[in-house]
Design a protein around this ligand. Structure first.
Ligand SMILES: [Zn+2]
Length: 106
């Protein structure tokens, strides 16, 4: 059994990448996280080649792309939420603050 994984999303903000992964998994898409540098030395800005990235099966690539597109550019006015820790606005689909990692308040 072989699956051909394709990169669907990459960002230097690991929290953002984790949010996107959560969203995709909620939609039933199997994701693989690569280059998760969360546990490596803090303070270093990794070069773009080692940005954390999400890979999905090539058959789910276009579906995954449209889900990400919707999550990032959805109806912000309706349901975006503000992190009570750092006061940053977060996209409606995010479950963690993309900036500081705080869980979404209920
Ligand atoms: Zn925050």
């Amino acid at each position: 059994m072989s699956s051909n994984l394709q990169r669907v999303f990459a960002h230097d903000n690991i929290l953002l990448v984790h949010n996107i992964k959560n969203i995709l998994e909620r939609e039933g898409i199997h994701c693989e996280l690569r280059n998760d540098l969360m546990s490596s030395a803090a303070g270093e800005v990794p070069p773009i080649e080692v940005w954390p990235e999400i890979r999905v099966d090539e058959h789910e690539l276009s579906l995954a792309r449209s889900i990400i597109e919707k999550a990032l550019n959805g109806d912000l006015s309706a349901t975006s939420w503000m992190c009570m820790t750092c006061m940053e606005d977060n996209a409606p689909a995010f479950e963690l603050c993309w900036k500081c990692g705080q869980l979404r308040p209920h």
